[in-house]
Design a protein around this ligand. Structure first.
Ligand code: AMP
Ligand code: ZN
Length: 468
């Protein structure tokens, strides 16, 4: 699509960079594993969504028509990804002293989903076209489990229905693991009824006090993995183009999604391109909700740091490299971003023509497996290039920012307010009063400016005026 180079992404499924050919161009069908909504998202989770957002915006920059679905896991994700422990939502109900019923569970899920959506908006992440709650799609999830039973891929035990991995020969394709290395994750308690320890739950029966949904499978709830398969197939079809998530999802969650989806539909590949972001670490280990320390976007804002500085910092690293969070690095990113913003605002109000030279370079970098570090360096190059006019620089930066999402467009609005002559004169008079250290007069003039609907602030660079 309108590209002189090759758009290519690293596909975890084939373990190499591959040229991108969607199933039905210009349509692109795209599923991102969403959060388990039992707590605030931490900034490690947000890394997964900044990456998916850059991917979506890159595709759109090349004129693909993206349909993107994201799930909200609001039931069935147990404390261990490999089916053991307590349901994370149940754990949260207990933590918050909430009643123990499905209604309270949904309310809790909606609360954390809303906080999550607020976070996404603050760092300019485009809202997916469809947000799907697992608990709203129980019928599709149960039907898929039923199909797997009928096709002989699943079996029942006293506590649930399990997928039998031995029946699916390609089970280790995504992770590249060998049978002997399967899920080495610590197990809380080995389930003796499973035929193979790596068999995974499709439907878990509710115990006496457990929360469950009525179904002909028996009262219970879907496994976390079947939820993503059933919802992605419902909204995107039995085969689709892109699936994203963090690298922690490769060996269990996504491996299981592939097995159960391909077993149920008989079609392969379930997904053409699997893309995974590396971790955000803090103090040398993966940031995790269950860990000792995690940082949310709120913490960043409370520290007085612009949340977009976090997005900017992430883009300075490639999505497939580990990044280690620390405050100095974030503050450094904020300083750099503010500098870019200041330079941008100083370019004036006029928007000229996009420099095709720079545009082509930019496209070349992002279509090469989303090389945002080089794209950011290029942004600085444009800013410093004396050979292009300020107006053309602006147009070029705005073009880059359709993908980078650093909010340059909004700076334009702030800059472009037209200040009435009367206000300008009052400001001049006030500036003189301040030079003369006549602060009484300066205050009087400030009030007069306010009464005309403008606010004036004194900064290191003189007076700054904005609309009230
Ligand atoms: P969860 O709510 O745990 O299902 O995670 C939501 C998304 O965040 C998934 O795509 C995870 O792979 C991703 N994720 C979780 N922790 C991190 C981390 N420390 N760094 C990057 N991505 C993460
Ligand atoms: Zn998922």
């Amino acid at each position: 699509m309108n590209s002189s180079n090759k758009m290519q992404f690293y596909n975890t499924l084939t373990r190499k960079k591959e040229e991108f050919f969607p199933l039905n161009p210009p349509a692109v069908t795209f599923y991102s594993c969403g959060p388990t909504v039992y707590d605030y998202a931490h900034i490690g989770n947000l890394r997964a969504y900044v990456f998916a957002d850059i991917l979506q915006k890159t595709l759109e920059h090349f004129e693909y028509k993206v349909k993107r679905v994201m799930n909200m896991t609001d039931v069935g994700h147990l404390t261990s990804d490999a089916d053991e422990g307590e349901d994370k939502m149940v754990k949260a109900l207990k933590r918050e002293g909430k009643p123990f019923n499905l209604e309270a569970m949904k309310k809790l899920a909606i609360f954390y989903k809303d906080r999550f959506m607020e976070d996404l908006a603050k760092i300019n992440i485009k809202k997916p076209d469809i947000i799907a709650f697992a608990s709203d799609n129980i019928k599709e999830e149960a039907e898929m489990v039923q199909k797997l039973l009928e096709k002989g891929f699943a079996y029942k035990t006293s506590d649930g229905i399990y997928f039998e991995i031995a029946k699916f020969p390609n089970y280790f394709q995504l992770s590249g693991k060998k049978e002997s290395e399967k899920n080495t994750e610590s197990r809380l308690e080995e389930n003796k009824e499973k035929k193979n320890p790596a068999d995974f739950v499709l439907w878990k029966f509710s115990d006496k006090d457990g929360l469950g949904f009525e179904s002909k499978l028996g009262k219970g709830f879907p496994g976390w993995h079947i939820e993503c398969s059933a919802m992605s197939i419902k909204y995107l079809g039995e085969q689709f183009d892109i699936h994203t998530g963090g690298i922690d999802h490769i060996p269990v969650h996504h491996t299981n999604e592939i097995a159960q989806s391909e077993a149920a539909t008989g079609k392969s590949p379930f997904v053409k391109y699997w893309l995974h972001n590396d971790f955000l670490d803090m103090s040398g280990s993966k940031m995790a909700k269950s860990g000792d320390s995690f940082i949310t976007l709120r913490t960043i804002i409370e520290q007085g740091v612009d949340p977009l500085a976090y997005r900017f910092w992430l883009l300075m690293g490639h999505y497939r490299t580990k990044m280690n969070f620390n405050w100095e690095a974030l503050e450094g990113a904020e300083t750099a971003l503010k500098r870019l913003q200041g330079l941008y605002v100083a370019l004036g109000n006029e928007i000229g023509k996009i420099s095709t030279d720079y545009q082509n370079k930019f496209k070349k970098y992002i279509e090469d497996d989303l090389d945002t570090p080089r794209a950011i360096t290029l942004l600085w190059d444009v800013m410093k290039d004396e050979s292009i006019s300020p107006a053309d620089k602006k147009a070029t930066i705005l073009d880059f920012d359709k993908v980078l999402g650093l909010g340059f467009e909004n700076l334009k609005e702030a800059k472009e307010i037209s200040i009435p002559e009367e206000v300008k004169e009052l400001m001049e008079e006030r500036g003189q009063a301040r030079i003369n250290k006549d602060f009484k007069k300066s205050d009087k003039l400030r009030k007069k400016i306010n009464s005309l609907g403008y606010e004036v602030k004194d900064t290191g660079n003189g007076q700054k005026v904005s609309k009230i």
